[in-house]
Design a protein. Structure first.
Length: 195
């Protein structure tokens, strides 16, 4: 029996400071060097592009919008992502948004139904490493951080991504992105998504 190759939509999540963007860059480089047709897209950047058209000027203000507006922006971004047809589409996003109303899912059911992810990758690191990475990052307007807050965020991330897996039936790979071990983490992700 002949099976048509389907494209993979890999959702990669991680709280700020786990090194997700650096890891993603490494993964895309490896996949392209191996002849794979891969596209990486930032869910938050897509949402911000839409929000800018409505007057928002700071990406970090997205999380402060009312949940109803975040839902609208998520839907538009998800529809754009669903239209990509590369062999591998990697979606860089967060499992939750720490909004004024509480932890809002970054991947609620309506978004998952549109994107139809084939795989989830949950990136984490030791809380102390995350804290140090965030302290060095002056490119973003982050909320105040503490080690207990980071530990709580990692717990919330784990719960949210587990719920996504249950809703979609797509597997989750948990990857520890330890300091100086990016090649090892990238290899685990590529292996987990079957490439």
């Amino acid at each position: 029996m002949l099976y048509l190759a389907e494209n993979k939509k890999v959702v990669m999540i991680g709280i700020p400071g786990v090194g997700k963007t650096t890891l993603l860059t490494k993964i895309v480089e490896i996949l392209k060097n191996n002849g794979k047709n891969v596209h990486m897209i930032s869910f938050g950047t897509l949402m911000f592009e839409v929000a800018k058209a409505n007057g928002l000027t700071d990406r970090d203000e997205l999380r402060k919008l009312p949940v109803s507006e975040q839902q609208r922006l998520q839907k538009v971004a998800a529809e754009r992502i669903a239209a990509y047809n590369e062999e591998i589409v990697i979606i860089d996003t967060h499992a939750f948004i720490n909004s004024p109303e509480g932890y809002y899912p970054g991947l609620p059911e309506h978004v998952l139904k549109i994107i139809k992810p084939t795989n989830f990758v949950s990136v984490s690191a030791k809380p102390e490493e995350i804290y140090n990475r965030r302290m060095k990052d002056d490119t973003r307007n982050r909320d105040k951080i503490t080690l207990p807050n980071i530990k709580k965020e990692l717990d919330v991330q784990s719960g949210m991504i587990s719920a996504c897996a249950v809703l979609t039936g797509a597997p989750v790979r948990y990857v520890l992105n330890g300091e100086g071990k990016i090649d090892e983490a990238a290899s685990k992700v590529i292996s987990a998504i079957g490439l």
